[in-house]
Design a protein around this ligand. Structure first.
Ligand code: CDP
Length: 244
């Protein structure tokens, strides 16, 4: 977050550098069932982010001593391709990706009926091919589609969405410049049907009132993203019906 700078993030008309209104999402495209060998998969383009998710399982947890006799273990692995960012990222896990994998695993677990699959693992691979801020929330959104594609029972499709503050204005879905030079970024994972929050982080600083406004914005956008997820699932499964 924000080295304070002279870069203007909101212009005189109240528009952002990519022309968006404060409460406007970047363009989002989703596709379900993009990989043949995974049990479930999905792809998302969200602004400048391009992310693929693959799900394997539930399958018997191995080695056996990691098995939980009462539920499935949800293991998400967030990985950034070395070519996904401006400065080549050293391949392999680093502190950031280990932390993100952990919080994403917990967010996904909150919607999965894990108790139906004791002694198994559900592996979720999130591969960031191109990064432009908001990859953890886009990763959660696309992972949720891949889980649905794998037929894993969930109480709802979970949605990731961020809001924050730039040039003193509360805005939805920060892009890279806004993330770099803005005042605050608040990534969230939201369960749209119940409006539960399964992940809430904040980087930077903002007032209590601004935080509430940012959360409201993300909550509203989550309903819209949820509709896109359902449309993406329908597109895949109606196509298959037509072929058969
Ligand atoms: O992607 P997200 O906003 O969830 O996480 P972040 O740690 O706040 O990173 C924000 C953005 O910084 C990423 O989306 C990337 O575009 C960029 N980044 C980078 O260029 N190099 C890294 N090693 C990590 C992040």
């Amino acid at each position: 977050m924000g080295m304070k700078s002279d870069i203007k993030l909101i212009d005189d008309n109240g528009l952002r550098i990519d022309g968006r209104l404060p409460n406007q999402l970047r363009p989002i495209k989703m596709e379900v069932g993009v990989l043949k060998r995974a049990d479930g998969s999905a792809y998302i383009e969200w602004g400048g982010n391009k992310i693929i998710a693959a799900v394997y399982g539930p399958r018997e947890a191995y080695p056996k001593h990691i098995q939980d006799p009462n539920k499935a273990i949800v293991r998400a692995r967030y990985n950034m391709a070395s070519f996904s960012v401006d400065e080549r990222k050293k391949p392999g896990p680093d502190r950031r990706s280990v932390e993100l994998s952990k919080v994403i695993s917990e967010a996904l677990e909150s919607v999965i009926f894990t108790e139906r699959f004791p002694r198994t693992t559900i592996d979720v691979f999130i591969e960031v091919l191109q990064a432009d801020a908001g990859t953890r929330v886009a990763g959660i959104t696309v992972a949720s589609l891949a889980l649905a594609d794998a037929g894993i029972p969930m109480k709802d499709l979970i949605v990731g969405c961020a809001a924050g503050k730039i040039d003193g204005v509360v805005v939805l879905d920060l892009n890279k410049e806004e993330d770099n030079y803005g005042e605050a970024d608040v990534p969230m994972a939201i369960i749209p049907r119940t409006k539960e929050i399964a992940l809430l982080q904040m980087d930077g600083d903002m007032s209590y009132e601004e935080l509430i406004t940012a959360m409201d914005m993300a909550m509203e956008a989550a309903q819209e993203i949820h509709r896109m997820q359902i449309e993406a699932l329908k597109r895949k499964y109606t196509e298959i019906e037509e072929v058969e």
